[in-house]
Design a protein around this ligand. Structure first.
Ligand code: SAH
Length: 279
């Protein structure tokens, strides 16, 4: 085709899911295989990138330090220029592009520039992480809904109303909450959420590095410190975490985990399991 007549390209905002390449949708894989330029976030699993065709141009545009807003502007400009050159661009993001992924901002910028843009959902870590340890984030017996919230207040973003969340009766799934865990827990308790509310943390869900731990709300910050649990991680707070602990215990008993009954982590799991659903 004459390059002059090459049509304007398209940008696909694609969710890579939490880690395991098998959790990515078929549509996401199809766009990736056809892409000429792939702009990749830091959290995207390396196993996915390893499957891209050798000729695909891949650029890492993760945000490490620096001025995040300038960098975001740079990413917008790059996507717009590339699409105008007629390239098929995939903007690949960990989890879902519209859950704490700046997908909305990118869509606005692309549409304002007249670029065709589509969104292909991915499995968000806040859903896939809890389920990987048996936590059903909604349960009609005790959790009428779930709130996905950020624990990070940076860059002029609006902070969650922790007191309202404490009263909501919803399961709370907190992204980017590890470094501010102590403040978040204090705010939730000040808002009236019980110190003994079950809690869990799931780190690097669906990757070979996955780790998880169970706790009460009050003990969550010290648990993270004691076990060296860090980012990326989701914090899960609510009765459903206690119910999952009970389920894990049953499975553990079948798997011969009785041998580890003296292990502190195992003891915490047992304690958590004692009052599922606040009963
Ligand atoms: N768009 C992503 C979220 C990006 S914000 C999504 O939908 O999942 C980055 C935060 O997501 C991390 O700080 C962490 O809280 C969470 N996260 C991302 N991948 C994760 C994983 N594999 N396990 C646990 N948490 C993860």
């Amino acid at each position: 085709m004459n390059p002059q007549s090459r049509p304007t390209g398209r940008v696909s905002l694609v969710g890579a899911g939490p880690g395991d390449p098998e959790l990515m949708t078929r549509k996401a894989w199809a766009r990736l295989m056809q892409a000429e330029l792939v702009l990749v976030d830091e959290l995207v699993d390396r196993r996915i990138l390893a499957e891209l065709p050798a000729h695909t141009r891949v650029l890492q545009v993760g945000k490490r330090g620096g001025c995040a807003s300038t960098e975001q502007g740079f990413i917008h400009g790059l996507m717009i220029r590339s699409a105008r050159q007629g390239l098929r661009v995939v903007r690949l993001k960990g989890g879902d592009p519209f859950i704490f992924g700046r997908g909305g901002e990118e869509m606005d910028a692309l549409q304002a520039a007249g670029i065709e843009v589509e969104v292909i959902n991915g499995l968000s870590a806040g859903l896939a992480g809890p389920s990987s340890v048996g936590i059903a984030v909604t349960d009609r017996r005790c959790a009428p809904g779930v709130a996905l919230v950020t624990g990070h207040n940076g860059e002029g973003g609006r902070a969650p109303d922790w007191a309202a969340l404490a009263r909501s009766g919803l399961t709370l799934v907190i992204y980017m909450g590890v470094s501010r865990c102590a403040e978040i827990v204090a705010a939730l308790m000040a808002g009236g959420l019980g110190a003994d509310t079950p809690a869990a943390v799931v780190c690097a869900a669906h990757t070979p590095q996955q780790r998880q731990a169970w706790s009460s709300l009050a003990a969550l910050p010290s648990l993270l410190a004691a076990q060296g649990l860090g980012s990326p991680a989701v914090l899960v707070i609510g009765e459903v975490a206690g119910m999952a602990a009970a389920r894990q215990l049953l499975t553990g008993a079948r798997d011969g985990r009785e041998d580890r009954a003296k292990d502190p982590a195992e003891q915490e799991l047992r304690r958590r399991a004692q009052a599922p659903c606040g009963r």
